[in-house]
Design a protein around this ligand. Structure first.
Ligand code: KIV
Length: 284
């Protein structure tokens, strides 16, 4: 187990003020969390993307609070010191401030989170304030926000035109003024991300597919390692083809079972002659 000290808001803001980029990854299970912790990843997001990467849905919309809590608890067990953010799933905060506070509170109390993330700008600022009023740090999420993918016209670059870019820049200011400690900018043009960075005073700006000028970067773990066979977005860098390795191993296993090369002698246990003879005798 790593011996690193707990990553806190203080740690993150210190990195920001020293200009040291912050690393952030999605994670949904305990063994992967262990590896991320060992690798020194600063922040972990248990994203509602788990609906697609882990549960096989076509979108994030069917994901429930129960799904999120179960996976977040597992991640916390594997990564005790990472700064852990729970992603509020669809309809866990949109309907009322009470829903937002209750569900954000579950992430903190039941899953050991350090903060929660929710999607949207001006239209959800009251929810953000409500969650903050309960003493829970909030990360905002602008640009491509998967819970609104239908309204946004699909998984594509946001803020391409000046009008749409202005709305994102204004929303970022609104979230900052409301008290969000961090804003994730997903799939917006690099210059817009830099502009928002330059205008931000004391909010951590994280990028996903939005260029190099952010306080840090987020990647979807499954995209990094070729583990989501249905689709790999071009904004993601594949660091290793783990999916390909797994597939290769599975095919080898199937063929070794079929041609009886697995199991081999070191994969099983024998029994003493005397014990076996005794067994035959007792069975008659
Ligand atoms: O659910 C998730 O993993 C996310 C990322 C796409 C940012 O919200």
């Amino acid at each position: 187990m790593s011996e690193r000290k707990k990553i806190t808001l203080n740690t993150l803001f210190k990195k920001r003020s020293k200009g040291i980029p912050i690393s952030w990854l999605t994670c949904y299970d305990s063994p992967t969390a262990y590896f991320q912790e060992e690798a020194g990843i600063d922040m972990i997001l248990v994203g509602d993307s788990l609906g697609m990467t882990m549960l096989g849905y076509d979108s994030t919309l069917p994901v429930t609070m129960e799904d999120m809590i179960r996976h977040t608890q597992a991640v916390r067990r594997g990564a005790p010191t990472a700064f852990l953010i729970g992603d509020m799933p669809y309809m866990s905060y949109q309907a009322s401030n009470e829903d937002a506070i209750r569900n954000a509170g579950r992430f903190m109390a039941e899953a050991g989170c350090d903060a929660i993330k929710l999607e949207g700008g001006k239209e959800i600022v009251e929810r953000i304030k409500a969650v903050l009023s309960a003493g829970i740090p909030v990360c905002g999420h602008l640009g491509l926000t998967p819970q609104s993918v239908s309204a946004l016209g699909g998984f594509r670059l946001q803020g391409k035109g000046a009008g749409a870019a202005k709305k994102i820049a204004e929303d970022a200011k609104i979230l900052e003024e409301a008290g969000a400690f961090c804003i994730l900018l997903e799939l917006i043009p690099d210059r817009l991300c830099k502009l928002i960075m330059d205008r931000s005073e004391d909010t951590i700006i994280m990028g996903l597919g939005s260029g190099p000028d952010a306080d840090g970067q987020l990647l979807i773990y499954h995209d990094m390692f070729g583990l989501y066979p249905k689709f790999t977005p071009s904004m993601a860098k594949q660091f290793a083809d783990v999916g390909g390795m797994i597939l290769g191993g599975l095919k080898e296993y199937a063929s070794e079972v079929e041609n009886r090369t697995f199991p081999s002698k070191e994969n099983w246990f024998g029994m003493k002659d005397s014990e076996f003879d005794e067994l035959l005798k007792t069975l008659g």
